[in-house]
Design a protein around this ligand. Sequence first.
Ligand SMILES: CC(=O)N[C@H](C=O)[C@@H](O)[C@H](O)[C@H](O)COP(=O)(O)O
Length: 247
Amino acid sequence: MTSIGPKRLPMPPGLIVSCQALPGEPLYGEGIMALMAKAAVIGGAVAIRTNGVDDIRSIKAAVRLPVIGLLKRDIPGSEIYITPELEDVDAVLAAGADIVALDVTNRESRLERVVPLLERIREAGALAMADVSTEEEGLAAERLGFDIVSTTLSGYTPYSPQTKKPDLELVRRLSARLTVPLAAEGRIFSAEEAEAAIEAGATFVVVGGAITRPQLITQHFAEAVNSRLDAKSAVAGSGEAQRRSGL
Ligand SMILES: CC(=O)N[C@H](C=O)[C@@H](O)[C@H](O)[C@H](O)COP(=O)(O)O
């Protein structure tokens, strides 16, 4: 297995804000992710993670933080969509990303096929972030020479735990065994969950939707409000039913 050793990261431990909007989402386009990135800087982020050439470029121009770039692209017949091919790595590098994030899961011989992509990132003098879904994949990523491992894909491969919460168990297990820095990423929706990820051993916490996808934030609050309203009307309804039945 090729191993290309880790380099020093350009940011201190802390919060990484993922500024991503896909076509069809309300905040897609118009330089809106660059504005999100500016807000993240003011709030104390140490780096920005973003998808697509336009957003990588506009965020690099707007803020001075390191940018973790990726390219989401669907390839027919493949489940790998985070920076799947060499041409995607080239596009992310050309757009100016400091760190390239890519799928390093144990699917479709990816652990072998990712090696030339990693070599290309190295040749360009950039760093590489491995998006993994299991402990085994995280350890393989370190052996391959990735500079940082992230739990991004836990819950998104069929063989990783399918939960609505962050996979803190994976953070715990990986942090006990990795020597490269670990990012906790995926479904972190509260400051308490971010704290728990640090307690579990993460060096970085990556938060996306809870900061930069207002439709998800609205849904989070709407569900909480509606479930309380439903609970109250159920209590009121049962009182009403009791009154009607003379109890
Ligand atoms: C699985 C996948 O494709 N994750 C993507 C990776 O870049 C993004 O859609 C997520 O927003 C990012 O990982 C941050 O996670 P969350 O938005 O849950 O805080």
